[in-house]
Design a protein around this ligand. Structure first.
Ligand SMILES: NC(=O)c1ccc[n+]([C@@H]2O[C@H](COP(=O)([O-])OP(=O)(O)OC[C@H]3O[C@@H](n4cnc5c(N)ncnc54)[C@H](OP(=O)(O)O)[C@@H]3O)[C@@H](O)[C@H]2O)c1
Length: 346
């Protein structure tokens, strides 16, 4: 395993972070526990979860993933070996069963307390805002469209004050963003620069993969200049970058077969690009998922690459990508395909 530190902290984290969002729906509790056991054995010490998980979100299984992780901490006693990240759900029609009060002070406090209880721990190492409250472009929206009916009031100062309170109480240690835009990221950073007692966002968890490199427009520069590290999510584009959907295949029990609404990475251009990346990987005796993951892990702005798996074979292949380094020729090949079909799946 390769390690780095969370920006602005001395917390050491593995360059591969274990994603958890399938546990409780596609995976059972026992399977989740087996994944954590194996990942830790392989040197992974960083887990990412959310009150929203498992996906797809549903009131009947609300926050079951956190409960699965909490039971594993209780069983193994390994809480202190793990850097643990969770998130408060944003406002959305599909989260109205969680709460409809967004990031109001009471909402954040309630969300943190709920996560701590389910995770059977006294503190979270990293607490993230899952997605912005305002109307902006995330979750596959390519461009920003200004909505004049958007009545969002800039509450960033208040959100940071609430997070500061939770840090003071020792319930969370650090804070981060997710699905943020360059404007939102700088707005949060600016607030904590002007008001030095406010906590600073240290990470940004956004999508990043061979099919979606939009982070490089705007956020790459911010990441380097402001030292806010990327926690890359969906590095395999929901599994599309395994190549298993190519040729119109619908593999049994795979995410997009089960939940066709998750078509974010399956448009015509994304499929075309995936075919080209697969040809490149095969030409260099690489497995496509390992090439795709090694690419993400190698990026200079990356703090940790959040991998996801629904089987132990997938998990082993994905963790194995840490030993794959891509030659100059492969990197050039990737750039050629990227220039031909840039960011097909925003
Ligand atoms: N902040 C956010 O909004 C956000 C959004 C998404 C994810 N995340 C975080 O990021 C983590 C990873 O995201 P993700 O699950 O979307 O990542 P991903 O790497 O894009 O997709 C993972 C899925 O692809 C399939 N897969 C994985 N490895 C494979 C392999 N070697 N061969 C074939 N198929 C393989 C599996 O699904 P099937 O077996 O079903 O095909 C697996 O669940 C999540 O668990 C979560 O912690 C955060």
């Amino acid at each position: 395993m390769i390690y780095t530190t969370l920006p602005h902290t001395d917390l050491e984290v593995s360059k591969l972070c274990l994603g958890t969002m399938t546990w409780g729906k596609q995976n059972t509790e026992a399977e989740g526990h087996e994944q954590m056991d194996y990942a830790v054995e392989q040197g992974i010490n960083f887990f990412d979860t959310a009150e929203l998980y498992p996906i797809p979100a549903h009131p009947d299984r609300y926050a079951d993933t956190e409960k699965i992780i909490g039971n594993w901490f209780k069983k193994t006693g390994k809480r202190d070996q793990i850097v643990l990240a969770s998130k408060i759900a944003g406002k959305a029609p599909f989260t109205s069963f969680i709460r409809t009060t967004g990031f109001k002070k009471e909402s954040i406090i309630e969300a943190v307390h709920g996560s701590l209880q389910r995770l059977q721990t006294d503190y979270l190492d990293l607490y993230q805002l899952h997605w912005p409250e305002r109307n902006t472009n995330y979750f596959g929206k390519r461009g920003y469209k200004h909505d004049i009916s958007d009545f969002w009031q800039d509450n960033i100062h208040q959100v940071l004050e609430t997070l500061r309170e939770l840090i003071k109480e020792g319930k969370i240690r650090h804070v981060g963003l997710s699905n943020e835009t360059p404007w939102g990221t700088m707005r949060f950073l600016e607030e904590s620069k002007v008001h030095e007692s406010l906590p600073r966002m240290i990470t940004i968890q956004n999508p990043y993969s061979l099919l979606n490199r939009q982070f490089e427009v705007g956020l790459y520069e911010i990441s380097m200049r402001e030292k806010i590290g990327l926690l890359a999510y969906s590095p395999l584009g929901f599994g599309v970058l395994s190549g298993k959907y190519l040729g119109g295949n619908k593999p049994e029990n795979a995410r997009i077969t089960l939940f066709p609404a998750y078509g974010r990475y399956m448009n015509e251009q994304a499929v075309k690009a995936t075919q080209k990346y697969q040809d490149l990987a095969l030409a260099h005796n690489l497995s496509l998922p390992q090439m795709a993951l090694a690419f993400v892990t190698s990026r200079p702005f990356l703090t940790s690459n959040i991998i996801g798996a629904t089987s132990m074979d997938q998990l082993k292949e994905n963790i194995g990508s840490i030993d794959v380094s891509l030659s100059e020729e492969v990197m050039k090949g990737i750039e050629v395909i990227h220039n031909e079909i840039p960011d097909p799946a925003p």
